[in-house]
Ligand binder design. Structure first.
Ligand SMILES: [Cu+2]
Length: 103
């Protein structure tokens, strides 16, 4: 019984205290930040602020994702579960790129 309580406590104590949320815009065919440092478990909202479609994807070994293409005013979310530096790009505009550092 005691060991079960200890295990639960250990899991609780090692979990991130608060998962934060961040917003990165896509504006003038660029991400509004070239780099963003976040904590493991945080969520990033990628918000399209341009009057045309953008995409968000990463081919990183750390976390691969593709949020598809979406228009102005929409945002899509990624929760980053693993530590490392993750390059993020837009498939529609090859010059658009940024990096997310998950600590
Ligand atoms: Cu784009």
């Amino acid at each position: 019984m005691l060991s079960k309580v200890s295990l639960l406590l250990a899991v609780f104590l090692t979990a991130p205290a608060f998962a934060a949320e961040h917003t990165v815009g896509q504006k003038n065919k660029a991400f509004t930040q070239k780099t963003l440092t976040i904590k493991q478990g945080d969520t990033v909202h990628f918000e399209n602020q341009d009057p045309f479609f953008h995409n968000v994807y990463s081919l990183s070994d750390i976390q691969t994702f593709d949020l598809g293409s979406y228009p102005k005013g929409e945002s899509r979310d990624v929760t980053f579960e693993s530590k490392g530096v993750i390059p993020v790009e837009c498939a529609i505009h090859p010059n658009m790129s940024m990096e997310i550092s998950v600590e």
